[in-house]
Design a protein around this ligand. Structure first.
Ligand code: NAD
Length: 334
């Protein structure tokens, strides 16, 4: 019976993908609650496929070990694949698939949710009102209408985010290495060089994948180019932002606010309940002290629609992998 080792599973994974796989009696499903790491890789022994998420480690040593253990297919249940050494997987003959677009709306809408919450201080108001503190002091926000928003990366998620921002009556400037001028013209959006987007925008929102070119795209130099009082939103990948530089910019009160759904060193922290212990990450701890920083732990994708689509594509690809037939079009990376 073909087996799949399913790492870093959470209750919502069990509800969607887990249930879909459990309905296939011909597949042995190993639901593992820990991440795939050098220490845990042995648990893949005998499985033909592993099902992984954003913070599982899939570097060359782990792929080599997976190959030795009999794994032939790495099925990522996410869109980003920066955690996978694709050349190594190719050399080892391990197929890697992903879910390229499960719900770009989920991530775009969460981007807006974060920005609106941070700007209008909903998180603080919620706590106050529950304590019967009905004062408005310190809760002043700004109108989005009339502001300039910079969208960096106009792929599936960046475009939807830009279109939603247009609905608020903002001017949208965009930067992408592969601009789509027709789309921009249809939505009244203007492409501009990165520096122009940074210097002119009241809000900058990041939507590029993590690559060697985008690593620390937001650093001390680019932060200095941002308007004083500007807001930065990152729902893409943590390593797009150099955290130490971000902390310095916040301490200098150069930025008006920062909303993050992803964090440079989120691996092993995000998705976990660490509430009973001592947080060991000093930079994350510092970020959490700023009143104008709002952090969610990589939940932008977390809608029922997105989970259903992730489940559909992942389960179909796992079956195709077991049967040796072609994977769903557009999902195979190696
Ligand atoms: P996409 O591939 O459709 O779009 C990415 C865009 O970035 C493309 O238009 C590309 O040309 C552009 N780009 C690439 N390199 C660039 C560079 N150096 N400078 C400027 N632009 C560049 O991807 P998508 O579906 O829109 O997803 C974007 C990212 O969002 C993913 O890579 C992933 O990291 C992240 N994401 C986060 C979550 C979450 O839950 N927080 C969920 C899904 C995706």
């Amino acid at each position: 019976m073909p087996a799949v080792a399913f790492y870093d599973t959470k209750p919502y994974d069990r509800e969607f993908i887990g249930a879909a796989l459990a309905a296939q009696p011909e597949v042995e499903l190993r639901l593992l609650e820990f991440r795939l790491t050098e220490e845990s890789v042995e648990t893949a022994r005998g499985a033909q496929a592993v099902c992984l998420f954003v913070n599982d480690r899939v570097d060359r040593p782990i792929l080599t070990k997976l190959k030795e253990l009999g794994v032939r297919h790495v099925a990522l249940r996410c869109a980003g694949f920066n955690n996978v050494d694709l050349p190594a997987a190719r050399e080892l003959g391990i197929a890697v698939t992903r879910v390229p677009a499960y719900s770009p709306h989920a991530v775009a809408e969460h981007t807006l949710a974060l920005l609106l919450t941070l700007n209008r201080k909903i998180h603080r108001a919620y706590n106050r009102v529950r304590e019967h503190n009905f004062s408005l002091a310190g809760l002043v926000g700004f109108d989005l209408h009339g502001k300039t928003v910079g969208i960096i990366g106009t792929g599936k998620i960046g475009r939807i985010t830009a279109e939603i921002f247009r609905g608020f009556g903002t001017t949208v400037l965009a930067y992408d290495v592969a601009p789509d001028h027709d789309w921009a013209a249809r939505h009244g959006i203007t492409y501009a060089p990165l520096d122009t987007v940074l210097t002119q925008s009241d809000i900058v929102s990041l939507h590029t994948p993590l690559t060697t070119d985008t690593f620390h795209l937001i650093n001390a130099n680019t932060l200095a180019r941002m308007k004083p009082g500007a807001y930065l939103v990152n729902t893409s990948r943590g390593k797009l932002v150099e955290t130490s530089a971000l902390i310095n910019a916040l301490k200098a009160q150069h930025l008006g606010g920062v909303a993050l759904d992803v964090y440079e060193e989120e691996e092993g922290v995000f998705f976990e309940d660490l509430s009973g212990g001592v947080l060991q990450d000093d930079e994350l701890s510092r970020l959490l002290t700023f009143p104008n920083v709002l952090i969610t732990s990589h939940q932008a994708f977390l809608t029922a629609e997105a989970l259903r689509e992730i489940s559909r594509v992942t389960v179909e690809n796992l079956q195709r992998g077991f049967q040796g037939t072609d994977f769903l079009p557009g999902t195979q990376l190696t």
